[in-house]
Design a protein around this ligand. Structure first.
Ligand code: DOR
Ligand code: ZN
Length: 361
């Protein structure tokens, strides 16, 4: 007997599409399996105005195969140029240029790919945050502290913990009604925080497949698994697994699929980012199966995310089948650039086998 599971088509609450040839190669892969996705704005230059979001959305739509109903949901980057007026424009009804802005993303300066436009301390952005709180615009947090108060680099394995313990309480205190999503939780401390304080529609968290699958010991030597926040210890991973296993309405999928060319990923220092668009859905199913929590998969993948963004669930469905497969090949852009995938047999810990697949994809 084959095991299958049919769920509403899923919502990726965190994806990087890049631009140009890379975008053309990766957008169809997300569109094939996901109904909608929250698109990250850390392009070069960053998406920091509604006008650039409109142009970027058109570039994404042009890469979606004809007839595919996939919908990219646009965000703005919290740079020093982002003004309260732009937040108002992003929430205008009807939307300016037909492009509603669904969230604002904060990258701490210097923490990851293209984070050079972020604030050193998010609390400096108070006027924009006030406007977001007033209008109900969600704030997506890359929750890591990169440098301490004296300007010294902190241990990157400690950055998320420091953020949760030091920055987040001050942010919540100053902006109690601000809708916040803690992106890509990676640590026990963050999982515990969200389990205690999370609230649907108000304070939520996204989880990547790679933070559910690997531990620091396995990931640290592997450029393929180099990402921010860094993959933490086994105990951290187990705590994040326990969090998703509970089926809480304020915890949901955000793949953080972040493609980089092979040349940048495998040279030193390797780029931060795990490309998972073609395999994330299957890997989430694998983890939920291991946790005997497949009954919680649909809410995690397809219901809780749209709810936070005030959107309805998707009526279309997708079926996954329990059947082993392996990945040996990269995705190749039209310029011949190779991009390796999460789950790859050779560049992960070795001989990775995916346990679920989507027969129709
Ligand atoms: O691993 C990551 N890659 N973390 C981020 O925050 C950014 C992302 C990227 O854009 O490559
Ligand atoms: Zn990201």
């Amino acid at each position: 007997m084959t095991d299958t599971i049919t769920i509403k088509k899923s919502f990726d609450a965190h994806v990087h599409f890049r631009q140009g040839a890379m975008l053309k190669a990766v957008v169809p892969l997300t569109a094939a399996k996901w109904s909608r996705a929250i698109v990250m704005p850390n392009t070069e230059p960053p998406i920091e105005t509604v006008e650039t979001a409109v142009t970027y959305k058109k570039e994404i739509f042009a890469a979606v195969p004809k007839g595919n109903p996939f919908e990219p949901l646009m965000t703005l980057y919290l740079t020093k140029n982002l003004s309260p007026a732009e937040i108002e424009k992003g929430m205008a009804d009807p939307p300016a240029g037909g492009c509603k802005i669904h969230a604002v993303k904060s990258y701490p300066y210097g923490a990851t790919t293209n984070s050079q436009w972020g604030y050193r301390s998010i609390l400096e952005a108070k006027d924009v945050l006030k406007k977001m709180e007033e209008l109900g615009m969600p704030l997506l947090l890359h929750g890591e502290v990169h440098v301490n108060k004296s300007g010294e680099e902190v241990d990157p394995y400690e950055g998320e913990q420091l953020f949760i313990q030091d920055v987040l309480p001050r942010l919540l205190d100053k902006f109690p009604k601000l809708k916040i999503s803690l992106e890509h939780l990676s640590s026990k401390i963050a999982a515990e925080f969200i389990e205690r304080n999370g609230k649907a529609g108000q304070l939520v968290a996204t989880i990547t497949p790679h933070h559910l699958l690997y531990s620091r010991e396995e990931a640290a030597p592997k450029p393929l698994l180099r990402c921010k926040p860094l993959i933490k210890t086994r105990a951290d991973r187990e705590r994040i697994r326990a969090l998703v296993q509970r089926g809480l309405p304020f915890v949901f999928a955000g793949t953080d699929s972040a493609p980089h060319p092979e040349s940048k990923k495998f040279s030193s220092p390797g780029a931060y980012g795990v490309f998972s668009a073609p395999t994330a859905l299957e890997l989430y199913a694998q983890v939920f199966d291991e946790l005997a929590a497949l009954d919680k998969l649909e809410n995690f993948l397809s219901v809780n995310g749209p709810r936070f963004y005030g959107l309805t669930g998707c009526e279309e469905t997708i079926t996954l089948e329990k059947k082993d497969w392996q990945i040996e090949e990269p995705v190749v852009t039209e310029e011949g650039v190779r991009v390796w995938l999460l789950g790859d047999r050779q560049h992960g810990v070795g001989n990775e086998t995916l346990r679920w697949q989507i027969p129709s994809a």
